[in-house]
Design a protein around this ligand. Structure first.
Ligand code: C5P
Length: 233
């Protein structure tokens, strides 16, 4: 099987829509690999800050992006660990301030281009679930199934507050909602790979769905699309 014929399911959509949780569970169910592309942008932003790189210094960002000392480590819980130069930075990269910086550097086309190969390298047997903003449009345009997740901004803000609180991070609903709206606007209006569903993506509104319901719908869509049982094992 060539690399490009390995199955890929892409999950794109705005922040707080549940891509991460759904993506990881989906990958577990199928026995596939999982790519959290947002964590790559976050790790780059974090690394740039540590290296005193100005977030508008495209050349320095590109050079760091090309040799980013980042790896993911599996975690028995839901979150996969983000390891930067042998240090676990999972908590640090998840903060709103790191998300804001990630969104800023993600708007630079040269930075996006420098991270393309690294993301595509996650396409390994037996398959990949990739979550982000441009997985179906740019990174894996030949994916077998492309899902674009949507949810009301209020519901997304509530989910994010819960997620942050669970990690012991204090978060205020009004601030998170404002941040989500700002990031949506920034991600959707940028010129490089804006947050948009691929033409052949299936839109799924998760506002009133549980994680399990979203998961089952995606497995069903994959089964229908490929005419295969929804299990990779
Ligand atoms: O998904 P997450 O919130 O971790 O992503 C952080 C930021 O990284 C997003 O706001 C977005 O600007 C950027 N991103 C991106 N393309 C991706 C994944 C994330 O531009 N594929």
């Amino acid at each position: 099987m060539t690399e490009s014929s390995l199955p890929v399911i892409t999950l794109d959509g705005p922040g707080g829509v549940g891509k991460g949780t759904v993506g990881q569970r989906l990958a577990q169910r199928l026995g596939w690999h999982y790519l959290d592309s947002g964590a790559i942008y976050r790790a780059l932003a974090w690394g740039a800050e540590k290296a005193d790189i100005d977030l508008s210094d495209t050349q320095a960002l590109v050079s760091l992006a090309k040799k980013l000392p980042l790896r993911f480590a599996p975690d028995p819980g839901d979150v996969c660990r983000v390891i930067y130069q042998d240090t676990d930075v999972t908590g640090q990269v998840r903060t709103e301030s790191c998300g804001r910086s990630a969104s800023r550097i993600a708007a630079i086309p040269e930075v996006r281009a420098a991270l393309l190969d690294r993301q595509r390298a996650f396409r390994q047997p037996p398959g990949l679930v990739a979550d982000g903003r441009d997985m179906g449009t740019t990174v894996f345009p030949d994916a077998n199934l492309k899902v674009f997740l949507l949810a009301d901004p209020r519901v997304r803000a509530e989910r994010r507050v819960r997620q942050l609180n669970d990690k012991g991070i204090n978060a205020i609903m009004a601030d998170v909602l404002q941040e989500i709206r700002k990031r949506d606007e920034q991600d959707a209006t940028r010129r490089a790979s804006p947050l948009l569903p691929a033409e052949d993506a299936i839109e799924l509104d998760t506002t009133s769905l549980s994680i399990d319901e979203v998961l089952n719908r995606i497995l069903e869509l994959y089964r229908k699309k490929t005419d295969r049982p929804a299990s990779g094992r």
